[in-house]
Ligand binder design. Structure first.
Ligand code: AMP
Length: 280
């Protein structure tokens, strides 16, 4: 695996790979890798001749400074995992490489999608995501880029960015990888202690119960019951729990809920934000 830190080196390597291989796939991450990230890498490897992964903790997408400072860093283990999974290039830039002193962030018209749910709870988050992805996409010019359904709202935003910038990149969405308990894997789970991490399975369990309940009953009541169940868990606070249209996160009407909808949730549990979703 090539480990590259500068844009020039990366561009040269990509030029070389593009002359000898046909397709380039890209997996952006913020490190502290787990099996969820590796599942993206594995799919990317299957579908492309060259797999490029990046690790960059993007300061622009953190609205909460403490969350940024406390974001887990496990770079040596990450490098080992990426070598073992057969990544061709790891791009590991520092902050100045991505955001030189003269950098000005861009406003994207994300058609309001950036102000809902995660965007509302984390103001500026999606603007930061959009800016860093624009930079990565322009440097790497991948044919395919891989994102997790775990961050479902982000996948819609990424598709919008690619559409607005008119970039010839296919956005591929990969299923959520879970711990045995059902808890969606996340780098931030490492902030939970062993007991809390086991207990955090409550969220996936409640989402599944809600999914079966709404099939036979009143959507509004089932949603409220599920919120109550979450809030009854010690140290858990439901930030949002909604059943929405999967295409644009618009509200769904009663009776429409079985068709192309999604349940999305964010819960603050022991000061860690758990986000999860399931398709209906
Ligand atoms: P992050 O490092 O958190 O920015 O995540 C990098 C990519 O991995 C994003 O596209 C995430 O949606 C994806 N990802 C994170 N957790 C999981 C998971 N449990 N299963 C599948 N993909 C994931």
């Amino acid at each position: 695996m090539l480990l590259l830190k500068s844009v020039k080196e990366l561009k040269n390597a990509i030029k070389f790979y593009k002359t000898t291989h046909s397709s380039v796939g890209f997996v952006p991450t913020m490190g502290a890798l787990h099996s969820g990230h590796i599942s993206l890498v594995e799919r990317c490897k299957k579908e492309n001749d060259t797999t490029i992964c990046s690790i960059f903790i993007n300061p622009l997408q953190f609205n909460d400074k403490i969350d940024f400072i406390k974001y887990p860093v496990t770079i040596e283990k990450d490098i080992e995992m990426l070598i073992n999974s057969g990544v061709d290039i790891l791009f590991l830039p520092d902050k100045k490489t991505i955001y030189p002193e003269n950098f000005n962030s861009i406003e994207f018209d994300l058609e309001g999608l950036d102000n809902l749910f995660e965007g509302e709870k984390r103001p500026g988050h999606f603007k930061g995501v959009a800016n860093v992805l624009k930079i990565f996409f322009e440097i790497i010019t991948p044919d395919n880029a891989y994102f997790g359904q775990k961050d479902f709202q982000q996948t819609l935003i990424v598709k919008k960015i690619v559409e607005k910038l008119n970039l010839p990149i296919n956005i591929k969405i990969c299923e959520i990888i879970r711990e045995d308990s059902g808890l969606a894997m996340s780098s931030r789970n490492s902030r939970l202690n062993e007991f809390q991490r086991k207990n955090a399975k409550f969220l996936f369990k409640i989402l599944n119960e809600l999914k079966s309940e709404i099939r036979n009953g009143d959507v509004k009541n089932s949603l409220q019951n599920a919120k109550n169940k979450i809030n009854l868990v010690e140290n858990a606070n439901c930030e949002y729990l909604e059943i929405l249209n999967r295409n644009d996160l618009s509200p769904i009407k009663q009776n429409e809920y079985l068709n192309k909808s999604i349940i999305i949730a964010a819960v603050n549990y022991c000061n860690v934000r758990l986000i999860d979703n399931i398709f209906i």
